[in-house]
Design a protein around this ligand. Structure first.
Ligand code: GDP
Ligand code: MG
Length: 162
């Protein structure tokens, strides 16, 4: 079975940057580029001989400020489709209301969840991650998607669960 990983989180936390790392593509539009699709985006990834599928969610225009109803719906569909959910949060910004909203939904979804604390470059990653324990979704994992820190070990640990 090929595991399906959904990337969910409020706009601007780095989902598309991580999607591109996982798929080694420039496929998902990263903020700073224009593009308006709000659909889910599917990509193929591979770690050595292990294939996986990754789903990017949310608006990709880069101009979204909050999690609107359509983006929330896309996230919920992706969560349903996934074998495991990576819930991305912003280690520079801290916990927001949109994070709490998604956390409340994820606590009720009967899926394995990894809280991924992105943008931990420029801070102590473990201290940045510890802030997100209070989401109540287990031990947060620090990464920097743009610097490619922690990305490989996150993926290895995730795929080891299947
Ligand atoms: P999305 O809306 O969740 O898909 O977020 P994007 O992947 O479009 O990234 C939003 C912004 O955060 C872009 O300007 C990225 O370059 C930036 N970004 C993504 N990952 C990191 C990171 O690890 N560290 C920092 N400092 N910026 C990041
Ligand atoms: Mg995006």
């Amino acid at each position: 079975m090929t595991p399906v990983i959904a990337l969910v989180g409020r706009p601007n936390v780095g989902k598309s940057t991580l999607f591109n790392r996982f798929t080694r593509s420039r496929d998902a539009l990263v903020a700073d580029f224009s593009g308006l699709t709000r659909d889910r985006k599917y990509g193929d990834g591979r770690l050595e001989d292990r294939p996986f599928i990754v789903i990017d969610t949310g608006g990709v225009s880069g101009y979204e400020e909050g999690l609107d109803a359509e983006m929330a719906k896309q996230s919920f569909v992706a969560i349903d489709e996934a074998d495991i959910v990576m819930f991305l949060v912003d280690g520079m910004a801290g916990i927001s209301g949109d994070d709490q909203f998604l956390a409340d939904h994820l606590r009720k979804a009967n899926k394995p969840i990894i809280v991924v604390v992105n943008k931990t470059d420029g801070r102590d990653p473990d201290i940045a991650a510890a802030d997100f324990f209070e989401l109540g979704l287990g031990e947060p994992v620090p990464i920097s998607a743009s610097n490619n820190h922690g990305v490989r070990s996150l993926l290895e640990d995730t795929l080891a669960m299947f």
